[in-house]
Design a protein around this ligand. Structure first.
Ligand SMILES: [Fe+2]
Length: 348
């Protein structure tokens, strides 16, 4: 299983509310990144190594004019990342910071760690529901000590809900219902239609539904690291657009080595002012994610100690995960061959 990271792609780098005037370090695809806001409010992301002697700039200082000073030997950089001098010294070295392409949209900061000329905003998924006044959501990020492909496969094969999350979102109907898989260039989608099933506890409480219910899952993987799940649940026989609608966004962002930033946002378009419901859903989301984190970290140990790769067994329900794995491998191969143009544009 691949452990190198695709860099020519968008990753969720941070939530907007995480980044202010404080210098914030986050490793992304094995690159140290320092995030901060300039005086005009725009976000900057630079490689967190001073070009002088590689001291982390995130341990430096940002002044009110947006000048960033390294706190080891005093190199100073303007908002464009150009060295404007060295504190207390007359030298003005020719040095500049590596700045990463960024898009801040709907409360999320997307970063492109690879070749800047390839960064294409049209590859980002629609996230307008994160700021749509008819929706509400919770969001955050959870640390994961496992490679990002394990998280990707976790999300593309939701049959694991049956076994790993039986007290919240899973029951036998998930694993028993086959998926349809679609591949569009690098993108992989799946859908699962569960009809007349028992309501899992989370949906019973979240929607006030009693069994039987219909439950629909539509997942879209935007490689290398973005996944969006559309969920609808309703009393059985309801037309799909009339069901309770939830969305989950996952940013699967490789960190350092085999560590991953597991970003999440869970939203809904009903009872949006019900704070109790929001609190319940957020607690459940974090509990479900912890079950996943525990499983993926246990899996990581097993993959890491089996580098020769004992052959894996796969079944029909692995199809989306295997397609996702293949999409990432193809992107990496193209990147290594110097042909890095992504093959898919996001639909609206
Ligand atoms: Fe899970």
């Amino acid at each position: 299983m691949l452990t190198q990271h695709v860099r020519n792609g968008w990753y969720l780098g941070a939530w907007s509310d995480e980044i202010g005037r404080t210098l914030t370090q986050r490793w992304i695809t094995d690159l140290p990144v320092c995030f901060y806001r300039l005086p005009d409010g725009t976000v900057a992301a630079i490689e967190d190594r001073c070009p002088h002697r590689k001291y982390p700039l995130s341990q430096g200082h940002l002044d009110d004019e947006g000048i960033l000073q390294c706190d080891y030997h005093g190199y100073r950089f303007d908002g464009q990342g150009v060295c404007v001098g060295v504190a207390e010294q007359a030298d003005r070295p020719k040095a500049a910071l590596r700045r990463f392409p960024l898009v801040e949209r709907d409360g999320a900061i997307w970063i492109w760690p690879g070749a800047p000329e390839l960064a294409d905003e049209s590859l980002l998924p629609d996230t307008s529901w994160l700021t749509d006044p008819d929706w509400t959501h919770v969001h955050g990020v959870v640390p994961l000590k496992a490679r990002h492909l394990l998280l990707l496969e976790n999300l593309l094969d939701l049959t694991h809900e049956t076994f790993l999350h039986p007290t919240s979102i899973g029951n036998a109907a998930v694993a028993a219902t086959p998926i349809d898989v679609t591949v569009d260039g690098d993108r992989v989608g799946f859908s699962r239609r569960m009809v007349g099933i028992e309501a899992p506890p989370f949906y019973e409480k979240s929607c006030g539904l009693t069994s039987p219910v219909d439950r629909w899952q539509d997942g879209d993987f935007y490689p290398p690291g973005i996944f969006v799940l559309n969920i609808r649940v309703a009393a059985t026989g309801t037309e799909e657009p009339d069901g309770f609608h939830m969305k989950v966004l996952y940013g699967m962002t490789p960190g350092r080595g085999n560590e991953t930033h597991d970003f999440y946002a869970l939203g809904r378009d009903y009872l949006i002012h019900d704070e109790e419901l929001t609190k319940f859903q957020h607690e459940q989301q974090l509990a479900v994610m912890q079950e996943d984190v525990d499983a993926l970290e246990a899996q990581e140990v097993m993959y890491a100690t089996d580098p020769g790769g004992n052959a894996e067994s796969s079944i029909r329900s692995d199809l989306a995960a295997l397609r996702g794995r293949r999409a990432v491998a193809k992107m990496l191969a193209r990147e290594q061959q110097g042909d890095s143009a992504p093959r898919t544009r996001a639909s609206a």
